[in-house]
Design a protein around this ligand. Sequence first.
Ligand SMILES: Cc1cc2nc3c(=O)[nH]c(=O)nc-3n(C[C@H](O)[C@H](O)[C@H](O)COP(=O)(O)OP(=O)(O)OC[C@H]3O[C@@H](n4cnc5c(N)ncnc54)[C@H](O)[C@@H]3O)c2cc1C
Length: 494
Amino acid sequence: MAVKSPEAYRQRAKSMKPRVFMDGKLVEDITAHPVTRTVVEANVASYEWALDPEAGKVLRRPSHLTGEPCNLYTTLNRSPEDLVQRAAAGLYAAANLGTCIYRCVGCDALNTLAATTFEVDRDLGTPYHARFLDFLRYVQDEDLSVAGAMTEPRGPRDQKIGEWKDPDLSLHVVEKNERGIVVNGAKINISGAYACDWTIVMPSGARRPGEEPYSVAFAVPNGAEGMVYVCQYGPHAAERLLADDPWELGNPRFGQRETSLVVFDHVFVPWERVFLCGETKYAGRLVARFAQLHRMVCGGSCKVGFGKVLIGAARLIQEYKGLEHAPHINDQMTEMVTLLETVRACSKAAALEGREEVPGSGVWFPSDLLGNVSKLNVCTAFWRMMALAGDIGGGVVVTMPSLKELKNPETRAYVEKFYGFGSDASAEQIMKVTKLLQHWTAGLHGVGTWHGAGPVQAQKIMVQRLTDYTEMKGLARRMAGIEGEPPQTQETSP
Ligand SMILES: Cc1cc2nc3c(=O)[nH]c(=O)nc-3n(C[C@H](O)[C@H](O)[C@H](O)COP(=O)(O)OP(=O)(O)OC[C@H]3O[C@@H](n4cnc5c(N)ncnc54)[C@H](O)[C@@H]3O)c2cc1C
């Protein structure tokens, strides 16, 4: 069976020696460091689920290459039903982790490469697809965790790449030889790569002729020579570094979404791991396909999983406070559920209306329009849910004292009395749920959810581009009784 044990991954993570820096210091052991180990734990959970009889129904499916049962995060979507399962996996993972499943971007990158390498080979006779399938088989056989890296620091957005003072602001090939390529540059905001076995690197946007070195995709093992990971750092990381009691942190085991800048300083990649190199025409298609898939999951069902936890925490607080019958609170709960279910419906519909992208590739992608609509809904829905849950939680969501007061003989009695709200629940229970609400409403999730899977303007442009206004105008003309042929205006995208 290609599904491997959580212990096997844990052992590999223990032996990984990437150069990781956080808070100005080298992280010696990613499995022991209070912040980086949350990434390891989230990946461990993905191995646990695949072996669990119930969770495995969502997180496991056969390899199309070998027929062996695999972790879903190493497999391709080969039908609308597979896309539905992919969306369900995103929901399951998010609901159970409350953070990223760090194999998510990599999984969508594997699917994107499967379709795009097929297309490039078909058009140009290149050898990428067979190489890619060898890599995919290796990932599946060993049940490896794969991160995905697309976003780049980039230079001034109003200039072309060639006009930037520093060419490294976008990752590019600096040398080619008979053994492989050497790349320079960086990827930014990359989820969990320092704890994944491999990272798939993709171009960050469309490329023009003349930008061949920037049209490159490949896979690179954890901590390859020349790679440096500079971790995000904020109040939540600082709190985790200081905390001796993880229950202070709202989501004790899995924490916040952890990313890093991944620097490539003359990193060598052998040809067998290079899946695009110079074919500029295909860089934009690759990025578009990745976005198409990722918006259904990261921009859709994943946030439904997060939202379920957020609503659950708000509901518990509602009950602890004796507000079950308060009409406006129930109205707020209904609004949250409605927003959540709208996103879930959009994401599922995107899967069901999926189609084979690059005919003959055997890889299916969700409806682009519905995936983008799903992500756009998420952006506003999640902020709204954060606001509503914050209202229900009250000011204590941000004023809660430390749980350590429950062990402090001088304050314990006061805290137990005044944070118990006279309910049947203990002050400790109420404080833990309130800390969880703090994690969701006063943390990194608002901006994270907004930007993850691409900035909002990108989705708006896609919605404009994909909407069939011609059909809608025709309907309106007919209903209004406007006779004759419509004037031949071309619908243009912005
Ligand atoms: C929690 C989290 C996890 C992530 N994980 C990953 C990951 O694993 N892998 C990965 O590859 N990426 C990841 N990302 C990156 C994510 O996809 C990007 O943050 C997102 O695409 C937005 O890009 P940006 O951050 O560079 O913002 P920007 O592109 O700088 O956007 C900021 C604003 O500038 C505008 N803007 C940008 N360029 C232009 C332009 N040319 N013209 C006009 N307006 C412009 C945008 O519309 C937006 O309003 C993650 C992000 C987050 C927050």
